[in-house]
Design a protein around this ligand. Structure first.
Ligand SMILES: Nc1nc2c(c(=O)[nH]1)N[C@H]1C(S)=C(S)[C@@H](COP(=O)(O)O)O[C@H]1N2
Ligand SMILES: [Mo]
Length: 333
């Protein structure tokens, strides 16, 4: 619904991200201006005075919270990777829109407790305040979380990213963040929270972001294990027989316990060293390499602590590969 104090300077689907893709991700914390942006219906600008959040549905105490109310509540920080699931119209295409950031905000659980959520509630629906059309659908951006995840400590009504207030494009003044789950669940410009006893029935939880798999319908929630090679990139000129290293990031809802790298197009694999995880951050991996001259296809694949790995192709978390050219120093320069 259109509310007072809001307008949409840009309508329609948008994606922004670094031109070099994952090869731009050379720092542990992704600076906000290098972090991808996605919106289905367009970007919304909200006058901070007019923003409010309605909490209703299966609660004993429906509430309306203003920005100052949230700012007065206890807040926490949480570091997490942030990943888009890719296009809901092509759910098996790997897009690798990823970053790692620090969110700060009010735990959703505090707001739900405040509103005296009923025992019958099994899902929490949240809606964005923007309006418009996406893929022929004209509906609010409404998502759902099962109650267990809604009460998890990491799920925040975020006011800040990397120590700065959320910009409008980032979903400010307040957005939901659901660390460990695909970005689609982290509702920007959040305006309402509804406690319910079933999943939300709108397009964004049924037609979109709901995969048909061999074992039935699977909501696009928890992030599957994934890894990308940051360096080398296809544009690098690598000198032959000079020691270098292959490094990148691995992440998922569950901690990554193992990363393997192949330097021969997948014929053989070597175990990389894997760095620590903070909260639900990504983890750095690296492998030393002294390449011979010629063309090389590098791949990386990871496994999480539950033993789940990555499909070689045709999945949003398919194995990443990079083709590099190794030659005499200064070749082509
Ligand atoms: N209100 C609203 N929230 C939204 C979206 C949207 O279109 N509208 N897009 C979702 C998707 S698909 C992703 S990947 C993340 C992107 O968040 P970012 O732009 O901050 O990177 O926001 C999610 N939250
Ligand atoms: Mo997304």
């Amino acid at each position: 619904m259109k509310r007072t104090g809001m307008h949409m300077p840009k309508k329609g689907f948008s994606f922004y991200g670094p031109a070099e893709g994952v090869h731009a991700l050379d720092s542990w914390i992704t600076p906000e201006d290098e972090l991808f942006l996605v919106t289905h219906m367009g970007f919304l600008e909200i006058d901070r005075e007019h923003w409010h959040l309605d909490v209703d549905g299966l609660v004993d105490k429906p509430m309306r919270l203003r920005l100052a109310d949230l700012q007065a509540m206890p807040q926490r920080e949480f570091m997490s990777f942030h990943e888009c699931a890719g296009s809901p119209l092509a759910p098996t295409v790997a897009k690798r829109r990823i970053g790692n950031v620090v969110w700060k905000g009010v735990p959703l659980s505090l707001v739900l407790e405040h509103a005296k959520i009923s025992k019958q509630a099994s899902f929490i629906w949240t809606s964005g305040l923007e309006w418009g059309e996406y893929a022929g659908v004209e509906e609010p951006y409404k998502k759902d979380l099962p109650i267990g995840k809604a009460f998890a400590e990491e799920v925040l009504l975020a006011l800040e990213i990397n120590g700065q207030p959320l910009t409008s494009d980032r979903g400010g003044p307040v957005r939901l963040v659901v660390p460990g789950w695909y970005g689609t669940n982290s509702v920007k410009w959040v305006g309402s929270i509804t406690a319910a006893d079933q999943r939300a029935s709108g397009a964004y939880t049924t037609r979109f972001y709901n995969d048909s798999t061999a074992s039935g319908i699977t909501p696009v929630w928890s992030v599957a294990p994934e890894a990308v090679i940051v360096s080398p990139s296809p544009n690098d000129l690598l000198p032959a027989d000079m020691p270098t290293k292959i490094w990148g990031w691995a992440w998922g809802d569950h901690r990554i316990s193992n990363v393997e790298v192949s330097v021969d197009g997948g014929d053989s694999w070597q175990t990389a060293t894997v760095g620590p995880r903070k909260d639900k951050s990504w983890q750095r991996f690296e492998l030393p390499w002294s390449p011979e001259s010629g063309q090389h296809v590098l791949l990386c694949r990871c496994t999480n602590e539950l033993g789940e790995g990555q499909p070689p192709s045709d999945a949003r978390n398919a194995v990443h590969s990079v083709e590099v050219e190794v030659g005499p120093l200064a070749a082509g320069a």
